[in-house]
Ligand binder design. Structure first.
Ligand code: NDP
Length: 480
């Protein structure tokens, strides 16, 4: 059985306590590797290494820093198949999805921020003929980056790439449920010649290793992606210490389908936005609202195609829906399906655990599930389920659907299907979501700000926003 190590000061090290946590392959329900159960001593060593490396890394010419990060991106591309396989085994997602989306987007993150840092500029303001003010941006210091299990390497690099490109050194923790690609990434950093201590990866539990990163007084900025409850706890720890904080949290995203949509495109993409990655994407559209006049037609076709999805071994090419990340998570989703029934929902598709034959017999699989007949305010429609479960509801008017869409405490993303341009603009402006996709889903341009409104997050990532986050702005005023 493989044992993973922390990456501290350029070396792969065992945890101080010598304790390890079982790492499961969720498609087989079996332990297949061991990861360090790190504690505050490992975090302290990682922070000390990062502090030590800061002076050299932050003052290195930006093109040299960029070249090292680009080398890491090249190595990710070289190891695409190996990383995709590791991510699939760790997370349960279909390997073809990891190969097509997760890993290419991870190397794109490295490339984008490596080149972005070279073109980064700050502002200057000429105050008449009296003074010149310019903004000097300097890296914040040691950044703490904490990422979730659903898109492991993709979201891990989404945080550390801008931090490193901006000149920060980093202590990062991947989710304990999906540590493998971060471990392989640490090996690529060594191969690429990343100076020791610039990036440190500490594996372990969120409540122990993660909390120690957030609490450490020498970690000056925290970039966190994960659940809203955890985000609240992190904010409560970091805010009194006046740390810079970026929180990307949960979602309960509306997918709004008007009768004038391109029906085929809306159906096909809604299938992806509902069930890709087993519905374990914070941006999945888990509440589908369909205009009354096409409600029945849309629902019938959507249910037909949902039922045709192939649940099974993530390593097989025909599989569209793999395993849930853990048994605990699977049981949480099944309990939400029970809740939906109690709340009066009709299960139109799925609704059950799936027994997959062969080596995946003990795996954590749930059939893609469609539920109708629920009120938009019931718990099923208000709480994040984060699995292959969507609800479908009719609406009559624009005002009504805007009210439904905005009725949750979340505000991460929304999808809108209409061929009416004016309506698209009108509704986009009224939806309380940080990202609105019109006639598409999960399309990304890395230059755009990314983040949620309301309880879906604080701050924006992506593009210049991320590079700015990892810097401190200082105004220099020169009297003429
Ligand atoms: P969690 O909030 O449980 O965990 C996220 C990360 O935080 C993990 O690495 C976890 O470690 C760690 N952690 C847990 N407790 C603490 C703590 N007290 N201090 C510091 N770190 C801690 O989220 P999940 O991993 O379950 O991810 C799913 C959630 O992430 C969903 O709500 C989803 O919507 C959200 N998400 C948001 C995205 C966005 O961009 N807005 C994108 C993707 C997901 P460990 O796993 O070891 O407990």
């Amino acid at each position: 059985m493989e044992t993973l190590y922390n990456y501290i000061e350029g070396k792969l090290l065992p945890p101080h306590a010598g304790k390890y946590i079982d790492n499961y392959n969720p498609a087989e329900g079996k332990v297949y590797s061991l990861i360090p159960d790190s504690d505050e001593r490992d975090v302290a060593a990682a922070v000390a290494a990062a502090q030590h490396a800061f002076a050299e890394w932050s003052s290195m010419p930006v093109d040299k820093r960029s070249a090292i990060l680009l080398r890491i991106a090249d190595l990710i591309d070289r190891d695409l198949d190996k990383l995709a396989l590791a991510e699939s085994i760790d997370n349960g997602k279909p390997v073809k999805l990891a190969r097509a989306v997760d890993i290419p987007r991870a190397s794109a993150n490295m490339r984008f921020f490596a080149s972005g840092a070279i073109h980064f500029a700050s502002e200057a303001h000429v105050t008449g003929n009296e003074a010149v003010n310019y903004t000097l941006r300097t890296p914040v210091g040691v950044a703490g980056c904490i990422s979730p299990w659903n898109l492991p390497l993709y979201l891990f690099t989404w945080k550390i790439a801008p931090a490193l490109a901006a000149g920060c050194t980093v202590v990062a923790k991947p989710s304990e449920l999906t540590p493998m690609t971060a471990f392989l990434f640490s090996q690529l950093c060594i191969e690429a010649g990343l100076p020791k201590g610039v990036l440190n990866i500490v594996h372990g539990l969120g409540t122990k290793a993660g909390q120690a990163i957030v609490e450490h007084p020498d970690v000056t900025a925290i970039s966190f992606t994960g659940g809203t409850v955890t985000g609240r706890k992190i904010a409560a720890t970091a805010a009194p210490m006046f740390k810079k904080l970026s929180l990307e949290l949960g979602g309960k995203n509306p997918n709004i389908v008007f009768a004038d949509c391109d029906f085929e495109q809306a159906i096909q993409t809604s299938l992806h936005s509902s069930f890709s990655n087993q519905g374990e994407i914070c941006l999945c559209g888990s509440r589908i609202f369909v205009e009354q006049s096409i409600y029945q037609k849309f629902t019938d076709e959507f249910v037909k195609r949902t039922t045709a999805l192939v649940v099974g071994d993530p390593l097989l090419p025909e599989t569209t829906t793999g395993a849930l990340v853990s048994e605990v998570h699977m049981n949480k989703i099944l309990s939400y399906i029970e809740l939906a029934k109690q709340e009066g929902g009709d299960i139109l598709a799925g609704g059950n655990r799936v027994a997959v034959a062969g080596k995946c017999a003990q795996g954590y699989f749930i059939a893609p599930t469609v539920i109708a007949g629920l009120d938009h305010l019931c718990r099923t429609n208000q709480e994040e389920i984060f699995g292959p479960v969507v609800t479908i509801m009719p609406f009559e008017t624009e005002d009504e659907v805007i009210r439904y869409a905005n009725s949750t405490t979340y505000g991460l993303s929304a999808t809108l299907w209409t061929e009416n341009l004016k309506r698209a603009h009108r509704i986009s402006a009224q939806l309380k979501s940080g990202i609105i996709w019109v006639n598409c889903w999960l399309f990304r341009d890395l230059r755009s700000p990314f983040g949620g409104m309301k309880q879906s997050g604080v701050g924006r990532e992506g593009g210049w926003e991320a590079l700015r986050f990892f810097t401190e702005a200082k105004n220099v005023c020169i009297k003429l």
